[in-house]
Write a protein of this length. Structure first.
Lengths: 810, 227
């Protein structure tokens, strides 16, 4: 019985090569997309779970409100770790990570800049499953000036040598002893560190007493990530419940004084990658993209499945005879339903086989697109096999169920007499199916257009300053910082360098915030305000527009001590609006136990708003201060002529090396760095474009097959019309019209849906495009054009055929 | 074997109602060879379909082997049909995707006959129809006469006691037609009841009795003396 089943299926496929091929191609492409997306989703969901203790590891974050401004950050204060361990019996161990920024590493003649390094507690290897391949996990990082390198870094500096015990020079004059080499962190880790310094180093620099101080101010500086390993069966909720007691003990006095309200945030390690929406977090994934991808999978599979249904039911006149015969010789309806389902499942399983091969081939390409390192291994991830096989069989059953019930319902007496015509109901259903396919495609097309427009918009938006041709170098050498003015003069000698300026923070990336006092209606009020300390040339170099007052000027000696330039957002925030000039402000406030800088002064200018942070954030108020203090001259900006770029860069390097022989020159262009901010949007754009092209392709395959059937069935009608004098053009119109109607109805259905979906996606952006009517006009036009191209070939062929043949054939 | 009482069959589409059979009363006995004749559209095939349990009548009674079956469900009809009735059609109605052997084997599959038994019976039937050498061929590779012999082999494979033939020679040349009629006559002589719809007077001559239909009515029944 079953042998007969499968022989019959194979022969059916063989005899209908064209349609079988269309179906297999459609299903294969659909399954390739599914497997890739499943891999992607699985990888996203696996983040940080390589840690044996991941279910017991939590991170402490801070949620605080100061002057009505709420901030939720991923960091906490240095004393949190040790005091939590002390106060809460649930805590087994803590690890703190304190980022150190870019540093120059030197071993022998090997000098490179390295990023993603942190000071960590020596408990790191106990809490996390970082794989130490050389060194002793219990002893590494227990003493000051010890460093653990990633395998890659170890190879880079030491090659085949054993790095343990070697001394690495870091920065200008620090030396670190290598005490361990750890395997590179897996790609599904939210940590991206390349090396760890021992926390003891920091303790030594700051002094043991100062470093371990539990004075109130140290609880209010949220500078580091704190991770806690909880004891087995301990519940992190208990910490939240007990936290008020802790707060009262360590933080309340100063908190009340500052007028801050504070809440502890607890995140599970495994939730960080997808669910963290905190500031100052390591770059994280976005659970929304998982949902979007999931929807795309369903879309693409629906389209492929509808193709199958359409082609199977369109074939009904041919299949009907077989159904009739089988019923006459004694088949029950369920025998036939089983046969049709076996057919659809076999074809999907076959497509799945091909899809696996294709996935294996294109996975490297997909990996580079989504910046991942995934492998297709069913032995490592058996659940992936389970899911994909499950989806395949389900897809086969869903695709086959309607044709199976429809085709098996045919009445043998009607069929075998040769008077069988396809029922009207099947035609209607097929129309509905085509409409849903094209509606899905239309949603994908408009989605692609919107994501692309938003992306282009973010890349080209007037950010309030000119980011073009600005070369940025971070000055880490304190000697060089002190000699920045002579360096600037030397650079400016080159005619291709139009301006040079420094600032304390890098524009476009958020930055420092401190409490300011400003002149309010009832005297001086407090506000936590962003700030950037710049030099006299900065505002000109950035081409910011001064719209009230004046720019900083060396002519005014007081500018470096008491002048502020704010942005429009600040002027609005403080209700100064057009009358900001001369208003009193104070940078910083005196806090007991803090030696922070305090600078009272007046507003001398207002610049038009600029995006100090990325475009996902609304422009916040900011204060610019001018200073020639070497400590503030961290970021060097060099505006160059775009024409002689490489020569100019060579010149800058030469000058740099002359001024700072010990710290090598490294740079980036501001514009490139700004673009990196939108990587996740760029990735989404790619994914959207690729998958929407694919969905349109599969839908077109289906339409192509369907059109061929429909024109085949119209052969007689075409013949009669031709005999009666219809022109070929008229006939093409006649045959194409119905499909066009369906495509247009599909678009009408899709437009409100996609408008709603895209509008909610755009809501995440403070600066966003408006969805114009043109988007949908383009969508409709493109689906009509694609549909026309797909259908017209068959129509033309049928319309230009010989009518005599058609009529005798019938 | 078959008895009808005031059999009526009405076909309805959205706008048109057509009465295909109107109060047909007839009786066919075991071992008979009956020809049904009449002009196109007179209801011959409709009658054959109802007798063959492919369709239910709109009104009236139908008795088959002593059972009253006109209200049978599709499943009940299938059960009765697959054990008792074989069909031969004008257009052969073989499944193109199956070989000659597999086409003939088909009814046995639905009767759940064992594989070895199937093989034996199919080979016998093919030998008998003189088509065994074509067992592995597909229907399109055969001539019309050969295809009809395969169809007859399929009709007899389940050893039915009734064979319904709907213009079995309609698509054949005279030589092949003759051969097919010989086969049917031979089956009849072996005891199988045969009901055949035909336009051909010479084919009808082979029968014991001719039922003439006109506009859904039985107009005459002629007993023939077999030569």
């Amino acid at each position: 019985m079953y042998r007969n089943f499968f022989i019959n299926i194979l022969r059916t496929f063989g005899r209908n090569k064209f349609y079988t091929a269309l179906n297999i191609i459609g299903l294969t492409i659909g399954l390739v997309c599914t497997i890739l997306i499943l891999l992607f989703i699985q990888d996203e969901l696996s983040y940080d779970k390589y840690n044996v203790n991941y279910e017991r590891i939590i991170r402490l974050g801070s949620d605080f409100t100061l002057n009505g401004k709420r901030d939720r950050v991923a960091t906490s204060a240095l004393p949190f770790g040790p005091t939590f361990k002390e106060e809460f019996p649930e805590v087994e161990e803590f690890v703190r990570f304190l980022g150190s920024g870019r540093q120059q590493f030197k071993y022998g003649d090997k000098i490179f800049y390295e990023e993603r390094i942190a000071y960590v507690d020596s408990s790191v290897f106990k809490v996390f499953s970082f794989d130490l391949i050389k060194g002793n996990p219990d002893k590494a990082l227990t003493e000051p000036n010890e460093i653990v390198l990633s395998e890659t870094l170890a190879k880079k500096y030491f090659g085949q040598m054993d790095p343990i015990g070697k001394i690495l020079l870091v920065g200008e004059n620090k030396s670190y002893k290598v005490t361990g080499v750890m395997r590179d962190l897996p790609s599904n880790s939210h940590f991206r560190y390349n090396a760890f310094y021992s926390m003891k180093t920091l303790e030594k620099i700051r002094g043991t007493e100062e470093f371990n101080s539990t004075k109130p101010i140290s609880f209010w500086s949220f500078s580091n990530y704190t991770f806690l390993l909880l004891k087995k069966h301990a519940n992190s909720k208990v910490l939240l419940e007990k936290f008020p007691m802790y707060y009262n003990k360590y933080m309340k006095t100063l908190g009340d004084q500052l007028g801050v309200s504070y809440h502890l945030i607890i995140q599970n390690l495994a939730d960080i990658h997808l669910h963290s929406d905190l500031q100052w977090d390591a770059p994280t994934g976005n659970v929304k993209y998982i949902y979007i991808l999931f929807i795309i999978v369903i879309f693409i599979l629906s389209i492929a499945s509808i193709n199958y249904m359409n082609m199977a039911t369109a074939r009904s006149t041919k299949i009907a005879k077989e159904v009739g015969i089988r019923k006459v010789v004694g088949a029950y309806r369920e025998n036939l339903i089983r046969q049709f389902l076996a057919e659809s499942v076999s074809i999907t399983v076959f497509a799945f086989g091909i899809a696996l091969i294709i996935v294996e081939l294109i996975l490297p390409l997909f990996n580079s697109l989504v910046n991942k390192n995934m492998v297709l291994s069913f032995s490592k991830t058996p659940e992936l096999l389970l899911y994909s096989v499950g989806i395949t069989i389900l897809l086969g059953l869903i695709s086959g169920i309607y044709p199976a019930f429809y085709l098996s319902s045919f009445h043998p007496s009607v069929i075998l007499k040769g008077t069988f015509y396809k029922g009207k109901s099947s035609g209607l259903l097929r129309k509905l199916l085509v409409i849903s396919q094209y509606a899905i495609s239309a949603i994908m097309i408009s989605g692609t257009i919107i994501v692309a427009s938003q992306f282009v918009y973010m890349n080209n938006k007037d950010v309030g300053f000119n980011q073009k041709d600005i070369l940025v170098a971070v000055v880490r050498d304190s000697v060089l910082r002190a000699r920045i003015e002579p360096l600037k003069q030397e650079l400016k000698k080159n005619p291709n360098i139009t301006a040079v300026a420094t600032s304390s923070g890098l524009i476009g990336f958020g930055g420092s915030k401190t409490v300011h006092l400003f002149e309010g209606t009832q005297g001086m009020e407090q506000y936590a305000l962003n700030f950037n300390i710049v030099d006299f040339d900065y505002i000109d170099l950035m081409e910011m527009k001064v719209i009230q007052g004046r720019n900083f000027s060396r002519k005014f000696a007081s500018d470096t001590s008491s002048a502020f330039i704010i942005n429009q957002a600040a002027a609005r925030k403080f209700n100064w609006n057009e009358n900001s000039i001369g208003k009193k402000m104070q940078f910083g406030v005196k806090i007991e136990g803090s030696d922070g800088d305090v600078r009272p002064g007046n507003v001398i200018g207002v610049v038009s708003d600029f995006n100090y942070q990325t475009l996902e954030n609304k422009i916040e108020p900011i204060n610019l201060l001018v200073s020639e203090d070497p400590r503030t001259r961290r970021i060097l900006h060099i505006k160059i002529n775009p024409n002689n770029r490489s020569e100019t860069i060579t010149y800058i390097k030469k000058v740099w090396d002359k001024f700072s022989p010990n710290m090598s020159f490294s740079y980036f262009f501001l514009e490139d760095r700004m673009k990196e901010n939108y990587q996740s949007e760029e990735r989404l754009l790619w994914i959207f474009s690729i998958f929407s092209i694919i969905s349109i392709l599969i839908a077109s395959l289906g339409l192509f097959g369907l059109a061929s059937f429909m024109t085949e069935q119209c052969t007689k009608e075409i013949g009669v019309r031709k005999v009666l004098g219809a022109s070929s053009g008229r006939l093409v119109y006649l045959l194409t019209r119905e499909f066009l109607q369906l495509i247009i109805i599909a678009n009408i259905v899709a437009i409100p849906l996609s408008y709603w979906a895209l509008q909610s996606w755009l809501c995440d952006f403070s600066y966003r495009i408006n969805i114009g009517l043109w988007v949908f006009v383009v969508t409709i036009l493109s689906s009509v054009i694609i549909g026309l191209c797909t259908v017209s070939w068959h129509s033309y062929r049928a319309a230009s055929s010989d009518p005599a043949k058609a009529l005798t054939y019938e | 074997m078959i008895k009808t009482n005031n059999l009526v069959k009405v076909f309805r589409t959205d706008e048109v109602e057509t009465t295909a059979l109107n109060n047909v009363n007839l009786e066919i006995n075991n071992g008979e060879f009956v020809a049904i004749m009449g002009p196109s559209g007179c209801g011959k095939s409709t009658l054959l379909n109802i007798i063959g349990l492919l369709d239910n009548p709109s009104q009236g009674e139908l008795h088959f082997n002593g059972y009253q079956v006109e209200k049978y469900t599709e499943r009940q009809r299938t059960n009765l049909r697959k054990e008792n009735i074989g069909f031969v059609f004008q257009s052969f109605n073989l499944i193109d995707e199956l070989t000659v052997f597999e086409n003939v084997e088909l009814p046995l599959l639905y009767l759940k006959v064992s594989s070895s038994e199937r093989k034996k019976r199919v080979n016998e039937a093919l030998e008998r129809m003189n088509i065994a050498h074509r067992a592995k061929h597909f229907p399109q590779q055969l001539s019309g006469g050969q295809q009809q012999r395969v169809a007859i082999a399929r009709a007899v494979i389940s050893k039915p006691n009734l064979i319904l033939a709907d213009e079995p020679t309609g698509n054949l040349d005279s030589g092949n037609g003759e051969e097919v009629m010989n086969l049917l006559s031979q089956l009849n002589e072996e005891g199988t009841t045969i009901v055949m719809v035909t336009h051909s007077p010479s084919d009808a001559d082979r029968s014991h009795r001719i039922i003439q239909l006109f506009d859904g009515h039985v107009v005459t029944e002629n007993m023939r003396q077999k030569l």
